[in-house]
Structure formats: structure tokens, C-alpha cells
Design a protein around this ligand. Structure first.
Ligand code: 13P
Length: 291
């Protein structure tokens, strides 16, 4: 029961108006902190790697750790590949055991985005229970190898979003609505709530077809998060908050304990700091107790 794809947990979340945190990790300490908090809080979970950490750690290793943790956890956990632009790598991760794959062809023309997304959907659905996320419009900022500057960013067109879901059969849709990836954030991102509401209504207004994903979670004010959930957002991607917590906590500890050589101690402190950040997020998303 613990190994699931994303769509299974997100349809329920969309219907019941809460959201599931999708946390990017780059090492085992982050991952354990994220899983432990969700087990304690009885919350469904999506863990995710972007392409660089997936290649660096190795997709087979990541899947082995995921399976070990998920099989003994009394909560559903999905392993998601984030922002992959390479169809072959999408296939390889699906073969290895990732349970949700994001093909990000959002920089391509609309027709090419449809074609590539369909190709990944056909492959993943052919393998069985693997769901697929697509992106429409271009989310600004930096996430791993993906960089989109302000001039390139484009918001998602609601009618095109419906056509995209109809034609591709994609399981989850990430529409660009003004949220921003990465460390450098404007003080108040210009989120187009009206556009998001229209997309949600067109796609999921008569039963949930494709749960909607909010990228660029870190730095979003809590009232924005609440409004996006109310309008139909059910997966919130959070990466920068965990990276910052890892690096700032490590740096702070080492600066004050320059003579100590005990990595285990740093791990414990980092884990506690990440736990705190994850608790902040899932309390805001309303996922505790939803298993
Ligand atoms: P943040 O780094 O802004 O949290 O965005 C994460 C994200 O959207 C990953 O796909």
C-alpha cells in the first residue's frame, strides 16, 4: 500500500481540498527527515529528485532506498522524477521504479510539447501504474538544470490546458501561473489566481481528471497557498526551502564548532531543522491525518 503513484493520492486531495507536499531531496538525511515527519503526522507524501541528483546518486540506488523506506512506512509515498527534458531518461526512471514521471517539454512549441508528453504517457501507462506530469506555460526561475528568465516565462492558457489534457492523457498538469522556482524570489510573486481558477474549473470542474501542481513552492505566502488549494491545487513542489535549510544549518554549526569532526552530529542537527521546515509546510497544506 505504501508504494503509490501521484495521481492516486492527488485525486482525493483535490476532492477534499487539501494538498500534498512534494519535496525535492538530494541526500539521505533530507529524505529521512521528510519521511519521518509524514509518518508521524499520518500524511500522504511525494518525494522527488530532479535530474542531476537522480543521475548523481543513481536512479537504481534512489529507487532501492525509496522502496525500503516506503515498504515499512504506514503511509502512501510516491517517488517522482522532476522536470526531465529527456524522454529516454524518463523511460529509464520509469523502468527503474519511479512511480511518477515529469516530462517537461514546456520550452518546446505547443505541438511538440503535446507529442513528447504523449510519448511519455504511452510508455508509462504501458508499464502499468506510473503516472505522468506535464507542464504548460513556462515557470520562471532556476530548478536544477532548468533555467527560465523573465523574458521567456509564459503563463498557461486555460483553453490550451484543457486541450493538452484531452490530447495527451497526462495524469497531472503543472500550469505556469506566476509562481517562481529557486532562491531568488520577488517579495510578492504575481500569481494569477483567476487564471488558475479557470484552469481548475475547465479540467477538474466535472470530476477530477488531472490534479494540478504548483511549482515554486518555497517563499509562497501562506495566504497564497491557502487560496491555491481552495481553487484546486493539490501538489506543491518544495525544493529551495530544504536546500537552504540543509546548507544554512550545516554552515552555522560548522562555523561555531570548527574543531569538531563528527559528521553524525551535523546530520542530527540538519535533520531536526529539515523536520521543522517540513512540519511548517504540511500543516499549511492540510495533509496531516489524511492517510
Ligand atoms: P522551489 O525551489 O521554489 O521550492 O520550487 C520547487 C519546484 O517547483 C520543483 O519543481
Amino acid at each position: 500500500m505504501s508504494i503509490v503513484n501521484a495521481k492516486e493520492i492527488l485525486v482525493k486531495a483535490t476532492e477534499e481540498k487539501y494538498a500534498v507536499g512534494a519535496f525535492n531531496f538530494t541526500n539521505l538525511i533530507q529524505l529521512e527527515a521528510v519521511v519521518e515527519v509524514h509518518v508521524d503526522k499520518k500524511a500522504p507524501l511525494i518525494i522527488q529528485t530532479s535530474v542531476t541528483p537522480s543521475k548523481f546518486l543513481g536512479r537504481e540506488v534512489i529507487v532501492a532506498i525509496y522502496r525500503t523506506l516506503a515498504e515499512s512506512a504506514p503511509i502512501p509515498i510516491c517517488l517522482h522524477l522532476d522536470h526531465c527534458r529527456d524522454i529516454d531518461y524518463c523511460r529509464q526512471c520509469a523502468d527503474a521504479g519511479y512511480t511518477n514521471i515529469m516530462i517537461d517539454a514546456s520550452k518546446e512549441s505547443y505541438e511538440e510539447n503535446v507529442r513528447q508528453t504523449m510519448e511519455v504517457v504511452d510508455y508509462c501507462h504501458g508499464l502499468g501504474d506510473i503516472s505522468v506530469e506535464g507542464e504548460l506555460g513556462l515557470v520562471m526561475g532556476v530548478e536544477d538544470q532548468i533555467q527560465v528568465v523573465e523574458d521567456e516565462a509564459a503563463l498557461c492558457n486555460p483553453e490550451q490546458a484543457l486541450d493538452f489534457v484531452d490530447r495527451t492523457g497526462v495524469d497531472l498538469l503543472a500550469p505556469a501561473i506566476g509562481t517562481v522556482h529557486g532562491v531568488c524570489k520577488t517579495k510578492s510573486p504575481k500569481v494569477d489566481f483567476e487564471r488558475f481558477g479557470k484552469i481548475a474549473q475547465l479540467i477538474n470542474g466535472h470530476g477530477v481528471r488531472a490534479p494540478l501542481v504548483i511549482h515554486g513552492g518555497s517563499g509562497l505566502p501562506s495566504d497564497y497557498v491557502a487560496r491555491l488549494i481552495e481553487l484546486g491545487g493539490s501538489k506543491f513542489n518544495v525544493s529551495t526551502d530544504l536546500k537552504r535549510t540543509l546548507i544554512d544549518t550545516t554552515y552555522g554549526y560548522i562555523s561555531e564548532h570548527r574543531d569538531e569532526y563528527n559528521p553524525g552530529k551535523i546530520d542530527l542537527i540538519v535533520k531536526d531543522a529539515i523536520r521543522e521546515k517540513v512540519i511548517y509546510w504540511i500543516d499549511m497544506l492540510g495533509s496531516p491525518g489524511k492517510v
